[in-house]
Design a binder for this molecule. Structure first.
Ligand code: NAD
Length: 486
């Protein structure tokens, strides 16, 4: 690949923990033929100092690396004020010069790894200060969150689209870089034993859990304006719902896959007004013990309001009103300070019509297909088989596939794959504007209710648990329960 990668926010946490190590791995694998990186941030640093910090981040993420000095020699730095045209003029000169030196064919990737309030301003300046006037391709990679609600997302999109075409915009959802999220499509569409059953005749419900043990850490200021609904549900959880629910695309092109995902969003049952608290449960963590450590309540965290109404947990029932899914609940739950770190999808199949194998009072276990997204990667299929011995008793057996090869490689959360996709010009695993817009309009109706009614019952779950008790009731009402994720 041949490209100049310009990282805005190059001294930030994301750049250090994810982007630099991912770029090194691409470099090491020979995926970056001709490349240079220009780091842009507020702090005043020399290029040498910047190169040292890149080296530190790569070595601390990946251990000793022989070609590190060669790698960092491709890195340059400019101290930058995002709202000042002079800064962009200097950046343009630097970029043109580097383009020439490394023969980068005018290919440019602008990666915005900084606070979202600057996204629009930067995009506008890139155009007005002519950094986008290149003879190669120009692409904009943009981190989450994409807006705060539908109105702000529309505004941001307008600013971005005045400088870039939709096909040049790569909206990152790092879940779409995860190996097993990408695998959902293959498991579904490459197996004769799943696709014919993948509908409301054979599936009773689908459960998606993404639990974290960490609290809000130092991100209290941001999180207070976001909450679990915006931070996790609007993007990552909804993307997984779309991949699980979409119709088979006619081919694997970006446009076809996106259009099938969008059709799922269009079929989402709107939940508003009084229905919100029937379909969704919000929670906020109180103090408790997580992995043997005593931790404070959310309201005691730094930069958090002592009476905060922000949810650190959300669970809900999502219905997709189309032929394939009518009547099948997609239950989702996600939150901070839960008992375990895990992202898993459980597909529960319907019971067989009649059970011939009653073992005393016990019913047969339903068939489950479990997709393990993180930390383990793999799939487990739960079946019933004969218990060894004389009687015709059935017992549960599990067929498991663990993606150990990939896990051992410890891919830095998919950023490596997403960066490579972007350089290749493959936008399939990035979020299209239509998906963002539909998803916000779904979420906005929930936040409208939650923001206008104070949750005087907060905190309502203890740190180190799987959320408030109402979350179990959400499924019990329908005759189901959450399958354990550990
Ligand atoms: P950060 O606060 O650690 O870094 C921000 C960067 O922006 C720094 O390099 C800083 O110098 C630069 N910056 C801030 N104000 C500036 C200004 N006025 N002019 C020029 N530069 C300025 O933030 P982060 O954690 O790296 O996150 C960056 C983006 O990535 C955010 O949109 C965040 O939501 C998203 N994100 C981060 C993570 C993560 O793991 N850190 C994960 C997912 C998404």
């Amino acid at each position: 690949m041949t490209s100049l990668i310009m990282i805005f926010g190059a001294t930030g946490d994301l750049a250090k923990r994810k982007l630099f190590p991912s770029l090194y791995r691409l470099f090491e694998k020979g995926k970056l033929n001709k490349f240079a990186v220009v780091g842009v941030a507020r702090r005043s640093l020399s290029t040498e100092e910047f190169q040292h910090s890149v080296k530190d981040s790569v070595l601390s993420a990946l251990g000793k690396k022989d070609r590190i000095d060669e790698f960092i020699s491709h890195f340059y730095y400019q101290s930058h004020d995002v709202s000042d045209s002079n800064s962009y003029a200097m950046l343009k000169n630097l970029a043109d010069e580097i383009d020439e030196r490394y023969q980068l064919e005018g290919n440019r990737i602008f990666y915005l790894a900084m606070a979202p309030e600057f996204f629009g301003t930067i995009a506008l300046h890139l155009k007005s200060d002519k950094l986008t006037e290149v003879k190669g391709y120009k692409r904009l990679v943009i981190e989450k969150p994409f807006g705060h609600d539908l109105a702000s997302a529309i505004e941001l999109n307008k600013q971005i689209r005045s400088a870039f075409l939709e096909k040049e915009v790569y909206r990152i959802d790092h879940y779409l870089g995860k190996e097993m999220v990408r695998n959902i499509e293959v498991i579904r569409f490459a197996n004769a034993i799943f696709e014919p059953l993948w509908n409301n005749r054979y599936i009773s419900n689908i459960q998606i859990t993404s639990s974290e043990v960490l609290g809000v850490e130092e991100r209290g200021r941001y999180y207070e304006t976001s909450g679990a609904l915006r931070d996790m549900l609007q993007n990552h959880m909804m993307q997984m719902v779309a991949l699980l629910a979409m119709e088979p695309p006619i081919n694997l092109s970006t446009d076809e896959i996106r259009s099938e995902k969008v059709r799922v969003f269009r079929a989402l049952r709107t939940v508003e007004g009084e229905q919100v608290n029937e379909y969704f449960v919000r929670g906020q963590y109180g103090e408790g013990t997580v992995e043997d450590v005593q931790v404070p309540a959310y309201r005691e965290e730094t930069m958090v309001d002592k009476e905060s109404n922000t949810e650190t947990f959300v669970a809900g029932k999502i219905m997709i009103d189309n032929f394939r899914w009518a009547g099948v609940p997609f239950y989702i739950r996600t939150g901070k300070r839960m008992s375990t770190k895990s992202t898993k999808i459980v597909i529960q199949f319907k019971d067989i019509p009649m059970n011939l194998y009653y073992q005393t009072e016990k019913m047969l276990n339903p068939n489950l297909l479990v997709i393990h997204i993180q930390p383990e990667e793999g799939i487990t299929l739960h079946l019933n088989a004969k218990k060894a011995g004389g009687h015709l008793d059935a017992q549960e057996v599990k067929l498991s596939f663990a993606n150990t090869g990939i896990h051992a490689m410890n891919t830095p959360e998919g950023y490596e794959k997403l960066l490579l996709d972007c350089m290749r010009g493959d936008a399939t695993n990035f979020t299209h504007w239509d998906e963002v817009a539909y998803s916000w309009s779904f979420v906005d109706k929930i936040s409208a209710v939650w923001e206008s009614t104070k949750a005087d019952y907060f905190p309502n779950y203890q740190s180190g648990t799987m959320g408030p008790k109402e979350v179990d009731e959400l499924l019990e009402k329908d005759g189901y329960f959450w399958w354990p994720v550990t």
